[in-house]
Design a protein around this ligand. Sequence first.
Ligand code: HAM
Length: 438
Amino acid sequence: MGFSTHHSPLARYKMSNETLQAVRGMNDILPDEAGLWLWFEEVVRDWLHSYGYRNIRMPLVEPTALFKRAIGEVTDIVEKEMYSFEDSLNGDQLTLRPEGTASCVRAVLQHNLLYNAPQRLYYSGQMFRHERPQKGRYRQFHQYGVEALGYAGPDIDAEQILMCARLWKKLGLRDVTLQLNTLGDSASRQRHREKLIAYFEQHQESLDADATRRLHSNPLRILDSKNPAMQELIAGAPRLMDELEPEALAHFAAVQEILTRHGVPFEINPRLVRGLDYYNRTVFEWVTTRLGAQGTICAGGRYDGLIEQIGGKPAPAIGFAMGVERLLALLQEDGMALPGPELDAYVVHQGELASGLAGLVAENLRDAGLRVALHCGGGSFKSQMKKADASGARVTIVIGDDEAQAQQVSVKPMQGGEQVRVSVQDAAETVIQFIEQE
Ligand code: HAM
């Protein structure tokens, strides 16, 4: 590398004395909010395990070709939302994952997990899409993804939907409704596609630019258009429902029958087509009207062709993913807020002897399972007590020279009550008693 007179962006920022900011659309989750995330993650993990799903963790970066092949070349995600780059060392084309299904299927095939065994799997973490940020829509967001691979029947479709309904109940979510549709199989979709193209070709003068571009590459997505001027044309378009094979219809009827048996209401929405190309048969979205335009909190469907498309032996599959930011926003709308892990004890100390003992006492308390902050950075007792107060700890352990010489500590309950002085050995027991009395 040669010496460059150009300054890096970082250096320019430093010189201009500006504060560095996170990338637009990528959020920090600060400690006050992280409590809710931690609680949510625990609830979701228990729920997934209660249905026999097992965790899988894939890289955040994959070959660009994987997403192109899985999601489809003519989709918003692949056309304009992927963070793609060339590996400067070897020229590989790479992409920050915009979703998890493609990676999950890739991993399952690469490690031969489907050999003679269907798989119920889940993953969680960041996804990246270069969308225009707004409330509920971010460039880095978090999903929980749930995939059942190697399952063909309507029973698993219904189970995944029932699972969701159970989670909403556990979380106390209000006002979410289920939209359901079937996309049929590839032959019927092909027939429908041809009819759509013929229909839109007859009305080319009424198509907007997006629709014209998609007319031959992805006419189904024209049905998704939000352009008011096109709604009448779309309403009159040939319907996939009219092309569906008896098997696909029977599958869809069976899913509905199971949902009805379990008392899960749904609305059939023939316009629900999803933004990724891998779907067939059952598709669903859980939506709320309480988050403005970004009201889909969870979405998924069957993708029976994807495994073969990525190079595996044909196998059916279905899955869904929920957007964590949107779910938590909905919970926060209802006033839900949870603090992060609380402290049981804050240890203040002054003097050399006391400071040495304080470290040992703090470790002893942690041995007993307590959550302890040891004051660091010195200062008067008064200022340390202020820190103890602000920490939210339930008791403060005070160690001065007096205590240290006697191998004792003072234990002060922060909610009021008598301070007591006990031996170092009895400190943990005393703290626990105070906490239990509260
Ligand atoms: P998706 O509909 O693209 O599906 O995303 C699933 C959910 O992720 C959405 O319903 C939404 O809650 C959340 N989400 C998507 N984009 C954003 C964003 N920019 N900001 C915030 N939240 C967002 C999939 O990703 C499929 N992989 C789901 C799936 C799994 N299908 C089968 N298996």
